[in-house]
Design a protein around this ligand. Structure first.
Ligand code: SF4
Length: 133
């Protein structure tokens, strides 16, 4: 078994966590006691950080609803669909009919790009963050 120090991916706090690897699989997570951010503490999400990695229900591809059924599609198909749908909604109902929720799982840079996309491309100020849901 070996432990690898990394950063929790669940929110922007950036807690330090050791992931335990055994036989090519990630099998556990423990707090880094001397990490400057978390100092040995993790919230419940951090303690369960490893569980999604090998979960068979993990989403690994975009899904589109086709004939009432969520269907795996390629990223190109998903992005083409989304681009067309956003353009259609904006044309039919105006830019303020759209809104975007940013994510604590994104980096600062990704969230910055998201607000630029919302304001400059979609043309609305309707952007918020999951922390205020
Ligand atoms: S352990 Fe909890 S508070 Fe720390 S980064 Fe992960 S989700 Fe955020």
């Amino acid at each position: 078994m070996r432990e690898v120090l990394t950063t929790c991916v669940y929110c922007g706090c950036g807690c330090g966590v050791y992931l335990r690897e055994e036989g090519g699989r990630v099998v556990g997570a423990t707090a880094s006691r001397n990490h400057p951010v978390s100092r040995g503490n993790l919230c419940v999400k951090g303690w369960h950080l490893h569980e999604f990695i090998h979960d068979p229900a993990r989403l690994t591809t975009p899904l589109l609803r086709k004939n009432g059924t969520l269907t795996p599609v390629s990223w190109d198909e998903a992005l083409d669909y989304t681009t067309a749908a956003l353009g259609r909604l904006k044309a039919d109902h105006g830019p303020d009919s759209l809104g975007v929720l940013a994510s604590a799982k994104c980096t600062n840079e990704e969230n910055y790009l998201l607000q630029k996309f919302t304001r400059a491309v979609l043309g609305t100020n309707n952007i918020d963050h999951c922390a205020r849901l």
